[in-house]
Unconditional design. Structure first.
Lengths: 292, 292
DNA sequence: CGGGTATATGTAGCCTAACTACATCAACTC
DNA sequence: GAGTTGATGTAGTTAGGCTACATATACCCG
């Protein structure tokens, strides 16, 4: 998508497939993002125990113009995660560094998503959503269930008939009641949640359009008609909730925004009505978030 | 918090208070982040119509070591927003640039939050949460209600007695049933949602500990005992859902992580049990997100 | 098995860009 | 109105990135 953003993933892709000496550089860089950003060509060459031109060649292999360009892109690439990850080394626990870890995880997941999502995948989903007679979002297990509800919450504001269901039995029942023109949108971090998978199969049988937001190579990914697939980086930090939910919300927001922009007049009117309905509850009227 | 992150705000702070020629440089930089990152000292000097040393002095005024250091920091500072904002200029609508807008909004909100949240605020909240006999999260209006449920979902995993309530009447009732040692955690984007505010007042009366996550200078902020306050940047993009929900989720994740780390053994055991309970539903067992 | 070619890597030198020291100029003070 | 301080530019130095070329290694084909 964006050249600058691909650097690290390209680095990871090429890792192992490079010339011997360039590989040394790659390994060194992968383990020392942070310092490489501030190092000179000579320093990197010395640290990786190769000659300077080898480092330059390595940069060019990655598609950069030279070492300078490489450093700039690397800086931009790791800027965010770097900040957070470096801080997390400091064993100064407490809440503030933990916030950094959480945000760092979100950034990492968001960047990963950004690299994988291709426009077509989302555009097809948008096409199906805007044309839907009714929209049913399903998810299970807290995280995905929450995303499903939030999705319904997003889309009803646009004047669409949207509901979320997080009861496994009810999901199957709702799926069975769908027909052509209806959309079933399944959300699952694992892509294996049994009730969700079955519901998609059922909806397929009855001719509904099935979308999903999940991992590649999962059962759900194979069954849905218009899958949105994102492989998110594993998170080692077992005490920290995964960032996948957040990325899923971002995707939902993206889809909702696209649909809203395709029908601006209707959307504007709905938002006006919703805002008016709330003015009574708290006096505020400005351009605030609608709905608290 | 982190030096690198302050560059642009420092620039904005100093804007107008600089020497005549350095001001020229500042103005130029503020309007050309994007190209400055790739420009040389000479190019910036020429573009701002000043001499090269003036540019260097300008960099030092901002607290950088020199032009190189300045450029690096600027690159890191604007890396994210730049990527996203630049893309949004391109009128190539479609879903991919919209994803960039959504992520850009999240980044902007997250950075804003990061600058405002001080450790003490969070640490006090963590202290109250870990000691709670029971935890009740309340929120209204879709977004905040979702965050409340997700919070309960996060904390029950740690072995705490956590519930979420998004029914305004029920919120008051729950609040009235609380006592000393219990925690009421109110979540509100506006800080004015009537039922939520009242519930906090009621809980205060009965001696429960009241926390909140909301805007500064709001009614809720004034009433809660341990407020977590974040002023989030207004979002002009009316069709795009606000990023405030996401930041609120990040704060909740942070609190949950801190509490989890304060009681590691108990948490580990709960997570093991929860994982085991799900193994039956989908065969996966690895270090995946727990609960789909 | 050996010569030739292609690819990988290093050496030495060049050139640009960042920085420094110094000079000049303007403004403000007493 | 002269002195002093601070702002700005000029010229020169240095270091770091890059190129051209040389050497070494591996691979292929007869």
């Amino acid at each position: 998508m964006n050249a600058a953003y691909d650097l690290i993933s390209r680095l990871r892709d090429l890792d192992g497939k490079l010339n011997a000496r360039e590989q040394r550089v790659a390994s060194y860089v992968l383990e020392n993002f942070g310092s490489v950003v501030e190092a000179t060509l000579g320093e990197v060459a010395a640290a990786a125990e190769v000659s300077e031109p080898t480092v330059i060649r390595f940069c060019r292999t990655l598609g950069c113009e030279g070492f300078k360009d490489f450093k700039l892109r690397l800086a931009q690439n790791v800027a965010v995660s770097l900040q957070y990850l470096e801080n997390s080394n400091v064993e100064a626990r407490g809440a503030a560094p933990t916030l950094d870890r959480v945000l760092g995880g979100i950034y990492a997941a968001a960047n990963a998503a950004r690299g994988q999502v291709d426009g077509g995948m989302l555009d097809r989903a948008v096409g199906a959503l805007r044309a839907a007679r009714q929209l049913v979002f399903i998810g299970l297990g807290g995280g995905s269930s929450m995303v499903a509800f939030e999705a319904a919450n997003r889309f009803f504001r646009l004047g669409l008939s949207a509901t979320a269901v997080n009861d496994g039995y009810l999901q199957r029942m709702r799926a069975a009641a769908l027909e052509k023109g209806d959309v079933l949108f399944a959300i699952s971090a694992s892509g294996e949640a049994r009730d969700v998978v079955s519901s998609v199969e059922i909806a397929n049988q009855y001719g509904a359009t099935t979308l999903c937001l999940t991992r590649p190579d999962s059962t759900l990914a194979r069954l849905a008609e218009l899958p949105i697939l994102i492989e998110l980086p594993e998170d080692q930090d077992i005490f920290k909730p995964t960032a996948s939910r957040i990325v899923h919300l971002a995707i939902i927001d993206t889809l909702a925004t696209c649909v809203a922009e395709l029908r601006p007049e209707e959307t504007r009117e709905r938002l006006r009505r919703i805002r008016a309905s709330l003015a009574a509850v708290h006096g505020r009227t400005g351009p605030q978030p609608i709905g608290d």
